[in-house]
Design a protein around this ligand. Structure first.
Ligand code: 5GP
Ligand code: ZN
Length: 136
């Protein structure tokens, strides 16, 4: 898609700091890292979000999952990592081209998911949730 920033990165029209590339996928460093290691893994094919994946994409999605550990190893993430997908409006997806955030080299926080239940609007836990560090 010509107006998609990640398609343009995939086609080399916009420069990126590449970590891995083949004919199907690209991995590059995030512009605004939320951890000492923060890269994005994208399919070169334009898929808007996880919600737009079809049966036809299952091989490609499986392929991405098999590449995660390989990319993590090249980045020295032998102590573990977090893989994140933000989907749609509630998922706070900002770039509408499917991508997975691979984060590592810091201890991730477990607290956000515990905090985020059904807290009433304006409650302490809700406002803390909004102030939480992204991807924790
Ligand atoms: P989302 O919020 O959609 O899950 O994540 C989009 C990510 O893309 C953000 O972490 C943002 O920093 C990153 N990003 C946005 N534009 C660019 C860009 O032009 N180059 C790179 N390397 N990362 C980008
Ligand atoms: Zn795209």
């Amino acid at each position: 898609m010509s107006d998609c920033i990640f398609c343009q990165i995939g086609e080399g029209q916009i420069p990126s700091n590449k970590v891995y590339e083949d004919d199907k996928i690209l991995c590059f460093h995030d512009l605004d890292p939320q951890a000492p290691v923060h890269v994005l893994i994208i399919p070169k094919k334009h898929i808007t979000s996880l919600d737009d994946v079809t049966e036809e994409d299952s091989e490609l999605l499986g392929y991405i999952m098999t590449k995660v550990k390989e990319i993590a190893a090249t980045l020295g993430l032998e102590n573990g990592y977090r893989l994140v997908n933000n989907c749609g409006e509630d998922g706070l997806q900002t770039v509408k081209h499917l991508h997975f955030h691979l984060l590592g080299k810091r201890k991730m926080d477990r607290s956000r998911s515990r905090r985020s239940g059904n807290a009433p609007r304006g409650s302490r836990s809700r406002s803390r949730h909004h102030n939480a560090r992204q991807y924790d």
